[in-house]
Design a protein around this ligand. Structure first.
Ligand SMILES: [Zn+2]
Length: 139
């Protein structure tokens, strides 16, 4: 993938990535993330953008040790399946200091964090990640 595509892709996805937007199907009512132009459940193209809750409960997680160039300083990466109530999302977990606390049902909240730095293009990429809930809204 060329750098131009990468930058434009990130630009196109900035709203879903930064604001945690999903899409609600007007036909069946289901919410999905990331948003698509058609409902993956019933096929309807009548979908609307909705902002998703910033808090949820951890269902499960995995640890990724093989991370791409440019993100090695963040290794290992914790990837969680988070139940937001209206839908489930797969997202990176951050501020993980003790993996024994990563249990099913743990309350997590979305925070905006740096994901990688592209030194050549001078870009710093951000995305929402989930951290164990501190009880104080951050976003
Ligand atoms: Zn649908």
């Amino acid at each position: 993938m060329s750098m131009d595509l990468s930058i434009s892709r990130h630009w196109r996805l900035r709203s879903p990535l930064y604001r945690l937007e999903g899409a609600r199907c007007k036909a069946c009512g289901r919410v999905h993330f990331p948003p698509k132009k058609a409902c993956p459940y019933c096929g309807s193209r009548e979908v609307e953008t909705v902002e998703l809750p910033k808090r949820g409960r951890l269902i499960s997680y995995t640890i990724v040790y093989a991370v791409p160039e440019g993100a090695r300083e963040y290794s290992p990466v914790y990837v969680g399946l988070v139940d937001l109530g209206v839908t489930k999302v797969v997202a990176e977990l951050t501020d993980v200091t003790d993996t024994s606390k990563l249990k099913r049902g743990l309350e997590v909240e979305a925070v905006l964090r740096r994901t990688r730095v592209d030194g050549e293009a001078g870009l710093i990429y951000y995305a929402l990640k989930f951290r164990p809930s501190m009880g104080v809204p951050d976003v």
